[in-house]
Design a protein around this ligand. Structure first.
Ligand SMILES: Nc1ncnc2c1ncn2[C@@H]1O[C@H](COP(=O)(O)OP(=O)(O)OP(=O)(O)O)[C@@H](O)[C@H]1O
Length: 357
């Protein structure tokens, strides 16, 4: 049985004098026990609203939420046994770390709290907070505050754990360590988890599966590899990947190519009807600068970086510039003429943005 299921979940915000906002428009999702699902999308796509509905902090407009097969959509938050670690930590400043953790248990009925101090000590040990149990939030680093927020959600032994942008306030170094710790803790404890994030790297590195959201609907649901290697839409292709995918409009030809301009053609990965308007997607790492074969291009800019370089190229008669990754040893001069070849390519319908695979 699914640990968490969303069925046709919907939310419309209505406020007087303003047009209604359809924030979530019919979400279907099913999480296996212990799975970590990343809910990924740009600001305003409905991620937080979805999380708040699951937690019981926002009423649903339609559809249902099932935890372990039982509907919880009509139950108040404190009767759902769902742990939430918020982006802004939501810690109580006057309370110590230990008291903040114990507070997480207060949401449970008195008889089910168990031995509070033992549980606080156990969870503090688990997430590495033992040394700061007597400290107050103001004296903690961002990484420690984040762990208190996580521990407070975990101490209730929730059926489902919700993580709201857990790494967004951490600096780069803390983010890496916290990300690894988060993965270890989630694996060890085996909580069914939804991680809400706008950060593709966070989702790709932590999640078993990712749901990419846009305008209140899921555009694609799949493993990080599926999302990255076979994007279902131009939006998903563009949102996931750094530097971004090259998306080049063209027209399919009779011999299996897309014509980007009078002189530039790119082979398509699947047959497409002649004359159909398409968008060819090529990730920067799937382009290589070749010696003599390939499409002629002119170097507009080249940034040599430590691990790889980024070349911006102009193709003859093609409006959009092309971005390609180069080897770390490559040096290119402005206006230099090179040839570029595409390895893996994707093709989408120009009108709908849907993949034609
Ligand atoms: N209380 C509210 N009243 C009216 N509209 C709202 C309310 N909360 C959110 N919205 C709108 O609903 C849509 C989805 O918002 P939501 O916060 O869920 O998106 P999000 O993907 O979490 O974005 P962010 O990452 O910026 O929080 C947005 O258009 C937002 O303006």
């Amino acid at each position: 049985m699914a640990a968490l299921e969303l069925r046709e979940l919907r939310k419309t915000y209505r406020s007087r004098g303003r047009p209604a906002v359809d924030a979530v428009r019919g979400l279907d999702l099913s999480l296996e026990p212990g799975e970590l699902l990343g809910l990924l999308g740009p600001s305003g796509c409905g991620k937080s609203t979805t999380l708040r509905m699951i937690a019981g902090l926002e009423a649903v407009t339609g559809g249902d939420i099932l935890v372990g097969g039982a509907s919880v959509a009509g139950r108040p938050a404190q009767q759902r046994n769902i742990g939430v670690a918020f982006e802004n930590y939501a810690l109580y400043p006057p309370l110590t770390v230990a008291e903040n953790l114990a507070f997480g248990l207060k949401a449970r009925p008195r008889g089910r709290r168990g031995d509070v101090s033992r549980k606080v000590a156990e969870i503090a040990e688990r997430v590495g907070l033992t040394d700061v149990l007597g400290a107050r939030p103001a004296g903690l680093s961002s990484g420690q505050k984040q762990r208190v927020s996580l521990a407070r959600a975990l101490i209730r032994e929730p059926d489902v754990l919700l993580l709201d942008e857990p790494l967004s306030h951490l600096d780069a170094a803390q983010r890496d360590t916290t990300r690894r710790e988060l993965k270890r803790i989630q694996r060890d404890l085996g909580h069914t988890t939804i991680l809400v994030t706008h950060d593709q790297e966070e989702a790709l590195s932590l999640a078993d599966r990712i749901a990419v959201m846009k305008d209140g609907v899921i555009q694609q649901l799949g493993t990080p590899y599926e999302i990255y290697d076979s994007p279902a839409t131009t939006f998903v292709a563009d949102f996931v990947g750094e530097p971004s995918v090259n998306l080049l409009p063209g027209v399919a030809t009779a011999d299996g190519h897309a014509r980007l301009s009078a002189g530039v053609r790119i082979a398509l990965p699947v047959p497409v009807a002649e004359g159909r308007a398409v968008v060819v997607g090529i990730r920067p790492e799937d382009l290589s600068l070749t010696g003599t074969a390939g499409i002629p291009a002119r170097v507009v800019a080249h940034e040599p970086l430590l691990e790889s370089g980024i070349a911006t190229l102009a193709l003859d008669g093609v409006e959009r510039l092309l971005v390609a990754l180069t080897g770390p040893e490559v040096r290119l001069a402005h206006d230099e003429h090179v040839r570029v070849a595409a390895g893996l390519t994707h093709v989408f319908d120009a009108e709908t943005g849907d993949s034609l695979r």
